[in-house]
Design a protein around this ligand. Structure first.
Ligand code: AMP
Ligand code: MG
Length: 515
């Protein structure tokens, strides 16, 4: 008789969906509140990010099975998870809200992914928490799918971002201006530590607690600073550097975050909270889509200035740690904040040089002028930002800079005002060609990756969400997702996704916070 096979210890220890290791709940347990997700009536898995699941060391099939879906709906807390609601504050549209926090979110736990990176796994829409104030703690399906889609689009564009692992329809309705289907989004982030997290502990608890948070943040995101003699000043500078680059990369693809409150700015340097965000089509620095941003505080062209403003709020929380001598701390922190515009400008120049296919050999001022003049031209002609820059790449690829003016005039259509427009384009193209007559293969490859064909265009996003929410039809969403996951290859079959919305659509288009 055969002896029964005894399972090896590691088979016995098969993780329940994820191998959690919850450093925040463990090390900063007094920075959050242990809390359980609210159950969903009839959970249905609508989207699962299989590639991301695998990256997290999870089995996509297990996640899609009933036990997995129950976990992703909040109906079952998987072994090893320690759900917590995180405390944070924040400056919203310039005014300080001392108590925000996870009002409709929970951090389920953390995993160390296949690349050795620690990632948060968190819910959005998982019910009320002690931080909910008057909110219902829920998330409507449309905003959950929107966050999923835009996060994937940003990731494919190479921009640091939180990503969505799953969207589960709860089977419950949520009340907004009308009843809407509810959903739980599972979000994966480098962490959920925000400028507002620091503001919360500075406002309510003082420097000792801020220091613990700062030490945790350094260990998690900037371990190279741990041995520094000035770790907190260096932390500020390091966060500023990541934000300087992040915003430059947003600007390079026409992204408008829409609600750059300090609670929506991460210390990790990832883009977070896809609420009223949108991609600009016709180029104008004043572009705003958010219904709640009537003053244009968070317009496309203001984002670098806002990032700096937010970093100043972070700096204020760190002052007592930077130096015991408070005037000296202010001087040191101010130097970092004042250096931000220059740091951002350096990243911006790098991003836009890549968009024009320029090497780094010429004087920065010469290239800055060339880029600025191109932006002025496309602004004057009311051209689509993405198409205009892609036209530069296409012209380079065909080694035909002389064809650029005709292509841009074709894009302008009836917006061409005079023969001067054509002459200006010809003159600019000649300058561009003269600046970089030879485009080496590496430069051309970088230029391609800087100039997508496909961005998440507002009319396409709305059509996909409308089909999903109003007609239970996820096909347009999945088709759009597929297009946005490969943004750099022009595909004839996807040509429609590269076209801007009609002027009528864009004139009336507004985005909303996902509340
Ligand atoms: P957001 O606009 O998503 O950045 O959220 C700003 C703040 O409002 C955070 O503290 C959220 O937790 C809270 N919040 C947003 N929507 C809700 C909701 N439906 N229920 C409870 N809190 C919410
Ligand atoms: Mg937020």
């Amino acid at each position: 008789m055969n002896a029964p096979h005894a399972p090896a210890p590691n088979e016995l220890a098969t993780p329940d969906l994820f191998t959690f290791d919850n450093s925040y709940a463990r090390e900063l347990d007094d920075y959050c509140v242990r809390w359980s997700p609210a159950p969903a009536s009839r959970p249905v898995l609508l989207q699962l990010n299989r590639e991301l699941a695998a990256e997290l060391g999870a089995d996509p099939q297990a996640l899609a099975a009933p036990d997995g879906v129950a976990a992703l709906a909040g109906n079952r807390v998987p072994a090893g998870a320690e759900p917590v609601a995180q405390a944070y504050a924040g400056h919203q549209f310039g005014g300080f809200s001392p108590q925000l926090g996870d009002g409709r979110a929970l951090l389920l736990g953390e995993v160390v992914d296949r690349n050795g990176r620690r990632r948060d796994i968190a819910f959005k829409g998982s019910g009320r928490t002690p931080f909910s104030r008057n909110g219902d703690g829920k998330c409507a399906l449309g905003p959950a799918l929107r966050e999923y889609l835009i996060g994937e689009a940003m990731h494919a564009l190479g921009i640091p971002t939180t990503r969505a692992l799953a969207v589960v329809a709860t089977g419950d309705m949520v009340r907004r201006d009308r009843a809407l289907p509810g959903a739980v989004l599972t979000r994966v982030a480098a962490s959920h530590i925000r400028v507002g997290t620091f503001e919360y502990f500075a406002a309510h608890h003082g420097p000792e607690r801020v220091k613990r948070l700062a030490d945790y943040t350094i260990a998690r995101h900037y371990p190279q600073l741990a041995a520094s003699a000035t770790p907190y000043l260096d932390l500020l500078a390091a966060v500023a550097e990541r934000q300087a680059e992040l915003v430059a990369r947003w600007l390079g693809v026409g992204f408008i975050h829409g609600v750059m409150n300090t609670d929506n700015m991460t210390l990790s340097g990832e883009t977070i909270d896809y609420g009223p965000c949108a991609f600009m089509e016709t180029y104008s620095p004043h572009t705003v889509f958010s219904s709640i941003d009537s003053a244009g505080r968070y317009a496309y062209g203001k984002q670098a200035g806002i990032a700096r403003w937010n970093l100043a709020r972070l700096a204020e929380t760190l002052l007592p740690l930077i130096d015991a001598d408070s005037p000296r701390a202010v001087t040191l922190a101010t130097e970092v904040i004042d250096a931000f515009p220059e740091r951002h400008a350096a990243h911006w120049l790098r991003v836009f040089r890549a968009k024009l296919g320029l090497d780094e050999q010429a004087d920065a001022a010469v290239d800055q002028a060339l880029i600025d003049d191109f932006l002025l031209l496309i602004k004057g002609l009311r051209l689509d930002f993405t198409q205009s820059f892609r036209a530069l790449y296409d012209a380079r690829l065909a080694d035909a800079a002389d064809q650029l003016p005709a292509r841009l005039l074709a894009l302008a259509g009836d917006a061409v005002r005079s023969d001067d427009d054509g002459a200006d384009l010809v003159a600019w193209s000649a300058r561009w060609q003269a600046r970089q007559p030879q485009c080496a293969p590496a430069l051309l490859a970088a230029m391609r990756l800087a100039n997508p064909c496909y961005i998440a265009r507002n009319h396409q996003v709305e059509a996909a969400l409308d089909a999903a929410v109003e007609h239970n039809d996820l096909a347009p969403f999945e088709r759009l997702l597929e297009v946005l996951r490969a943004p750099f290859d022009a595909r004839p079959a996807d040509a429609a996704y590269g076209e801007p919305a009609t002027r009528e659509f864009t004139t009336c288009y507004q985005t909303f916070c996902g509340t």
